[in-house]
Design a protein around this ligand. Structure first.
Ligand SMILES: [Fe+2]
Length: 325
């Protein structure tokens, strides 16, 4: 089958390339599920190269009908599944394999821009989304190129940028004992670490370099290892704003957590709140928020691109998956 680059109204040009790259079947091309899966399988190397060049690829108009079909696309590309351990969001497993629901936090609250699991030492290389039920209003999974964010951050805040590039950052989060669906960071320690035993959670935290404290009310205070705030993406050589600083500082709020304390510099000094908020505003200016269409598959290079979720009303079902390579 023939697949070609096409355009959508919301697209931008980043570093001279379409962002995101949008691929659709060429007119007259026989677009069956098996043809599409065969194309994905044959072009798996090129797909990865295109993700470096463009940061993200949107496959639109292909016969991808439901969670199993989405999973078949990821399998055809031979993406290496990564279990979702250490992330903050409430989710549900959808297929036995690799598909989960996207963050199910309350629809009226935005989820700020982030690299998936930027707070752990080895975040996924890729994050994938699929639109099963398109929301009637809002609910876009907006994306922003992290190199562009880095450029804006450094230009506006050269001193603070140099500081966190040198020192890295740490994230502080109090996890509930049971999943709390009312919070965007409501994942319990049980589902964060995929265990019901405190000892099992402790073993995972030790391996992640996380410090912890069990609290009297059953919640778990966690402080991550120092992780980089700025990274250089090795294939492109681009520096990226690879962190959860804005997300944590502006969004990690619930009955257990104060967002102003959710992120600190690597030396425990506070972050520059004004610079953080300004960088969040730059992300909003630089992002692409396209309307979901059912069957859309979005492949995001998690090293280069951040994603977010806008508030929405009515039913919406976006599925997600992550991969190490
Ligand atoms: Fe995410």
């Amino acid at each position: 089958m023939q697949i070609e680059a096409t355009n959508i109204a919301e697209q931008k040009s980043i570093n001279g390339a379409d962002f995101p790259l949008v691929l659709s079947a060429a007119p007259g091309s026989e677009c069956t599920q098996s043809n599409f899966l065969a194309w994905i399988n044959e072009n798996q190397r090129e797909i990865r190269d295109l993700m470096v060049k463009h940061g993200a690829i949107l496959f639109r108009g292909f016969p991808v009908d439901g969670a199993e079909a989405f999973e078949a696309v990821l399998d055809a590309a031979e993406f290496v599944n990564m279990p979702y351990v250490g992330g903050a969001a409430p989710r549900e497993q959808v297929t036995k394999g690799r598909i989960l629901t996207a963050n199910e936090s309350p629809p009226d609250q935005p989820i700020p821009f982030h690299h998936e699991m930027a707070q752990v030492p080895n975040p996924p290389a890729y994050v994938f989304f699929y639109c099963d039920i398109a929301p009637a209003t809002g609910g876009e999974t907006a994306i922003v190129h992290s190199h562009r964010v880095y450029e804006r951050f450094v230009a506006a805040n050269p001193e603070f940028a140099a500081k966190i590039e040198a020192l890295g950052v740490k994230y502080i989060r109090v996890m509930p004992e049971q999943d709390d669906a009312t919070s965007p960071i409501g994942r319990s320690w049980r589902s964060t670490f995929l265990t019901d035993e405190r000892a099992g959670a402790e073993e995972k935290m030790r391996s992640l370099g996380t410090k912890w404290r069990w609290q009297d009310d059953g919640t778990l205070y966690t402080e991550t290892a120092v992780v980089p705030a700025i990274r250089t993406e090795p294939r492109s050589g681009m520096k990226t704003f690879f962190n959860s600083v804005v997300a944590a500082y502006t969004g990690w709020t619930d009955s257990r957590n104060d967002p102003k304390k959710a992120v600190v510099c690597g030396d425990d000094s506070p972050v520059d709140g004004e610079a953080v908020i300004q960088t969040g505003a730059a992300m909003a200016e630089e992002c692409v928020a396209f309307r979901w269409q059912e069957g859309d598959v979005l492949l995001v290079d998690n090293s280069l691109v951040m994603h977010s979720r806008r508030p929405y009303e009515g039913p919406r079902r976006i599925l997600a998956s992550i991969a190490t390579g």
